[in-house]
Write a protein that binds this ligand. Structure first.
Ligand SMILES: [Fe+2]
Length: 452
């Protein structure tokens, strides 16, 4: 995706939207065709919707925004709006609703898509309507489908039974030159006012000052995290916040989700495959509290959201904020592990071409990274196009995650993209990296080494 959509002709924009719609639908079909009818309607975890709910909800949102609102067309199935309104029914209750069955769902989303392609053929992008400028509503719906695809991928991870998904392994890792990177700090432009498909919570661009700090070169690995587990980290309250320690007791946490101790050896199960714990892979399926406790045990802390974005986007040579760590070009397979291209995070060091100017790696893709920040509006925030996208979630209930995972599509994984979730959540594809304050002596030493 380019941030110069406005340079495209109307026909160019139409073609790009059509391609993105098709790409997201191909992924949805892959994730839902992979299982049988029974698996589509079953609830695999109380935390998740039945896959068939996500599928019809994708179609319903597409109908609401693109058929009815942008297109001004007659409703396809107004009678089902309420069933697929995420705010009316919590996930745990969705299996009890009179949902459309798999065949009906496929027919419904297909009918909606046919109408959307017709709307796309006729829509005028330059009518001065903010929702349609640069095809924003289409971009929002493409991202919505891709985000639900990632959610459905998480449902696949929770599903019991034989493996049904397949993908080539990620590229090999390599030894990193240094475990952490000194970020000199300074003032940078955070967020965006120019990415045409950026969502309301990423806006507007604003200046933020960040003090010098160290940040891990790569996400914390299974091998690192195992030392915390083996060192009694889950039995020692001093590493945990009060809320974190309460969660350890309540949920009987002893290690990351999907880790098991089998005959004295740690294994990890993913999409139905169990294997010995791969030590050089980023740790995943830890909640915010576990990330926070590990960081404290390691003598560090989690980065703030501002520190994460500074490390990911700031170019000290030019003082400019980049779109991505590697520059302004959209992610390619050499830059980052995105879009379910592989079925798990790549080992540390696998993406040297994706490094930031300061040498921080794997910021985009692989695992979502917990930050220490609450989900808050940026100064000058304006809810668009509806309050329920971000506004209702702001506050202290949610922690921000950044960077996207192996299951996040590139149309979503912008350098400015903000995800948020409850600090107890572990089913998402989340890991973390650590940061720490830079001490005056370390700063002086760094300055000295630059002079010599
Ligand atoms: Fe949704």
């Amino acid at each position: 995706m380019t941030h110069q959509l406005s340079d495209l002709s109307a026909e160019g924009l139409r073609a790009l939207v059509a391609e993105q719609l098709e790409r997201s639908r191909a992924r949805t079909v892959q994730l839902t065709d992979a299982v049988d009818t029974d698996d589509l309607v079953r609830q695999h975890s109380k935390l998740m919707s039945p896959l068939v709910w996500d599928y019809a909800h994708i179609g319903n949102q597409e109908e609401l925004w693109l058929v009815r609102d942008v297109g001004g067309r007659e409703p396809v199935r107004q009678d089902i709006d309420e069933l697929y309104d995420a705010f009316m029914h919590p996930r745990a209750d969705r299996p009890t609703l009179p949902l459309l069955g798999p065949a009906e769902t496929r027919a419904y989303v297909g009918e909606v898509r046919d109408k959307v392609l017709d709307v796309l053929d006729h829509v005028k992008f330059d009518h001065g309507r903010e929702l349609v400028d640069n095809a924003f509503a289409f971009g929002m719906i493409v991202q919505h489908e891709q985000q639900h695809d990632e959610t459905m991928l998480a449902t696949h991870q929770l599903r019991a039974g034989v493996p049904v998904l397949d993908a080539p392994p990620p590229p090999p890792g390599r030894r990193l030159a240094a475990a952490e990177v000194l970020v000199p700090g300074g003032t940078f432009e955070m967020g965006t006012s120019i990415e045409p498909w950026a969502l309301d919570n990423e806006r507007p661009a604003h200046a933020v000052r960040v003090a010098p700090y160290f940040i891990d070169t790569a996400p914390v690995t299974n091998g690192d995290y195992l030392k915390f587990v083996l060192g009694g980290g889950y039995e020692d309250a001093r590493w945990w916040s009060e809320a974190g320690w309460a969660q350890v007791q309540k949920a009987s946490l002893v290690g990351p989700r999907f880790w098991d101790l089998v005959d004295g050896q740690w294994t990890r199960t993913r999409f139905g495959h169990s294997e010995l714990l791969p030590l050089d892979e980023p740790v995943m399926h830890v909640c915010f509290y576990e990330a926070e406790a590990y960081a404290k045990w390691a003598g560090k802390r989690l980065p703030t959201e501002e520190e994460w974005e500074f490390a990911a986007r700031f170019d000290p040579a030019t003082g400019r904020t980049r779109r991505f760590p590697w520059g302004d070009e959209s992610p390619g397979p050499q830059h980052a592990n995105l879009g379910q291209r592989h079925l798990g995070p790549a080992p540390v060091g696998a993406y040297p071409a994706g490094a930031s100017p300061l040498g921080v790696e794997q910021l985009i893709g692989d695992v979502w990274e917990w930050t220490s920040s609450d989900f808050r509006p940026y100064p000058g925030f304006r809810a668009f196009p509806y309050d329920e996208y971000s506004l209702v979630f702001f506050g202290t209930d949610y922690k921000v995650l950044r960077g996207g995972s192996f299951g996040t599509d590139e149309v979503v994984a912008r350098g400015t993209f903000r995800n948020w979730d409850y600090p107890i959540r572990r089913q998402i594809f989340a890991g973390f990296r650590c940061a720490r304050d830079a001490q005056p002596a370390e700063l002086a030493a760094a300055e000295h080494s630059e002079l010599v």
